[in-house]
Design a binder for this molecule. Structure first.
Ligand code: C5P
Length: 321
């Protein structure tokens, strides 16, 4: 597909998408479910360094710490892990080199497993398994980002599945753009609050955090602020959230099959027989624009991008920025 070739070079736009994807974009813009009211700039292409600086300044990694209502009243200051996520692996440099493994079908037959596991920390998403796919995706998992559907929908068996054991968990759910926590608590997309409380009580030693919705919408603002057209008024994908999370924890971040390699396919996930181009290019999430922004920050070669689907980003604590 032509749009992916342009994406690899950083010059794609919504007009290049298939008509049905353009239509769902327009529908989401109309619907504006999360009541987004953006008042910031819409910049043209900024340099790699400027985008990195902006992201570092504007999007501060933040998790619920139980000090705000309604969470304070519910005793969450004692429920959340005692150590903040940013300090879980010590102060300062943290991880030298990290991998972010997206769940895209294009990672099948990549034989990237060894390279992925060679990084100090590995981030995976939602229900993406390693068992049976080790050669392509590796088997180390340091952090797993999960959306609220994973916690709330019975088919994921969140409390019993081994997919969610033995790693740090980070959950998220879209709140209103205004970040009204009371309203969010009363009406989340999927109820993540009850299963979160339950798991904290059952497994108090497993580090498990909920991202602050402020962080999610700050990320959205940076994406819109670097895009001249209107992006979908919905939260960024778990993929983008995970990439920025790792940029906060690592000196260098290697992202696999976010911007597709030449293995590019409509197969949505490497572990499911479901074909849909929206998984790679976006319908609900502003995925195309997230990917353009990540492309702008990439310091790896076009060769790495084409053969491995690999992007390399410097973390927020690396020199410069
Ligand atoms: O579908 P899911 O959100 O679990 O996938 C994890 C992340 O991987 C997505 O949020 C998206 O950023 C990325 N992804 C992708 N292309 C795909 C499937 C997933 O870029 N085909």
């Amino acid at each position: 597909k032509a749009v992916v070739q342009w994406l690899r070079r950083g010059i794609a736009s919504a007009g290049m998408l298939a008509p049905h994807l353009q239509k769902s974009m327009r529908d989401y813009l109309h619907l504006n479910r999360h009541h987004v009211a953006y008042r910031g700039l819409r910049r043209g292409r900024q340099s790699r360094r400027d985008v990195l600086c902006e992201l570092k300044e504007q999007a501060r990694l933040r998790t619920l710490d139980g000090t705000e209502q309604p969470f304070y009243g519910l005793g969450w200051d004692r429920l959340v892990p005692p150590r903040p996520l940013e300090q879980l692996w010590g102060q300062g440099s943290k991880f030298k080199s990290c991998a972010v493994v997206t769940s895209a079908g294009a990672i099948l037959n990549s034989s990237l497993g060894g390279e992925i596991d060679s990084h100090e920390a590995v981030l995976r998403f939602n229900a993406a398994p390693t068992e049976g796919y080790e050669n392509d995706v590796g088997n180390k998992t340091t952090i797993r980002i999960i959306n609220s559907q994973i916690l709330a929908r019975p088919r994921h068996r969140f409390n019993t599945s081994s997919l969610y054991k033995g790693m740090t968990l980070v959950a998220w759910d879209p709140a209103p753009y205004s970040v009204d926590l009371l309203r969010w608590y009363g009406n989340p997309d999927y109820d993540l609050f009850t299963p979160y409380e339950e798991r904290r009580r059952l497994h108090p030693t497993q580090p498990f955090y909920v991202l602050h919705p402020k962080f999610i919408w700050q990320l959205w603002d940076v994406i819109q602020g670097n895009t001249q057209e209107n992006i979908q008024p919905n939260p960024p994908s778990s993929g983008f959230i995970g990439i920025v999370l790792m940029m906060s924890l690592c000196e260098e971040v290697h992202v696999y099959e976010y911007i597709p390699s030449l293995r590019q396919t409509d197969l949505c996930h490497y572990h499911e027989h479901h074909y849909d181009a929206a998984c790679t290019l976006g319908a609900y999430h502003p995925l195309l624009f997230e990917k353009l922004l990540v492309q702008r920050m990439n310091s790896a070669s076009q060769h790495d991008l084409k053969t491995k689907g690999k992007v390399t980003l410097s973390g927020f604590n690396a020199e410069g920025g």
